[in-house]
Design a binder for this molecule. Structure first.
Ligand code: FES
Length: 246
């Protein structure tokens, strides 16, 4: 493979006010991922370049960046698929940049906590009483949403999140649905307090880019629409049958 030019958006707050592009000539090998090219830069050409990664196998969700304008996992994106160069590498949109390709994910982490992405039980079994059993059909109902790796590509692709930063966002809603749809969970009402707000599911206009970029086929847009339907049904029931629990 011919050497590839990586055009990387850099921001070093101690020495520049605005981000600037820097180009690197990288002798990429066949089957290299964009992350391999960045690692070559870091190890051989410029040790000051900052970015996140950990697993290199599409599991940890930390290597998300914008490559040629599209949010991707750089460990799962072949260099040859984004040629011809220069291959433009930028941080994920929608997150304040701390340094180079490293975004501040505090906002996402706070929103994720608000939807309580864990099993909530009104009454709990003691260990002697055994497991909470599920049928394969009950597992299948939420399994797709459990594949989320918190990579935040969906936030970077979402035009609503860019315009309305208070929007709770695709991954947080998909993960809320992962637990709402779990037959062992009894926390839907608690999550509804967050999801049914204006900044919750109703802010989504179903553009669907979140599902397009999701590397795990979680389909956050589908989760949001499914929640809207069930929230509407619950609202109609509460009007027709006041006092009834959703
Ligand atoms: Fe873990 Fe890419 S390095 S998902």
């Amino acid at each position: 493979m011919e050497p590839v030019t990586l055009k990387v958006l850099r921001y070093r707050p101690e020495e520049e006010v605005e981000p600037t592009y820097q180009e690197y000539e990288v002798p990429c090998q066949d089957n290299w991922m964009v992350l391999d090219a960045l690692n070559h830069v870091k190890e051989r050409l410029d040790g000051t370049l900052s970015y996140r990664w950990a697993c290199r196998m599409g599991v940890c969700g930390s290597c998300g960046m914008t490559v040629n304008g599209t949010p991707v996992l750089t460990c799962a994106t072949y260099v040859e698929d984004v040629l011809p160069g220069p291959v433009v590498v930028e941080p994920l949109r929608g997150f304040p940049v701390i340094r180079d390709l490293v975004g501040d994910i505090t906002d996402f982490m706070e929103k994720l906590g608000r939807v309580k992405p864990w099993l909530i039980r009104d009454e709990k079994k003691s260990p002697d009483e055994g497991e909470y059993l599920q049928t394969p059909e009950e597992v299948a109902d939420y399994k797709q949403y459990s594949m989320c790796i918190n990579c935040m590509l969906c936030y970077a692709a979402c035009p609503i999140y860019e315009l309305e930063p208070d929007f709770i966002g695709p991954a947080a809603i998909a993960l809320a649905q992962r637990y709402n749809l779990d037959s062992r969970d009894q926390g839907e009402e608690e999550r509804m307090d967050v999801l049914s707000q204006h900044d919750g599911v109703w802010a989504c206009t179903f553009i669907g880019e979140c599902s397009v970029v999701c590397p795990k086929n979680v389909d956050p847009a589908g989760a949001i629409q499914r929640y809207k339907v069930s929230a509407t049904v619950d609202w109609v029931r509460s009007v027709l049958m006041p006092g009834r629990k959703p």
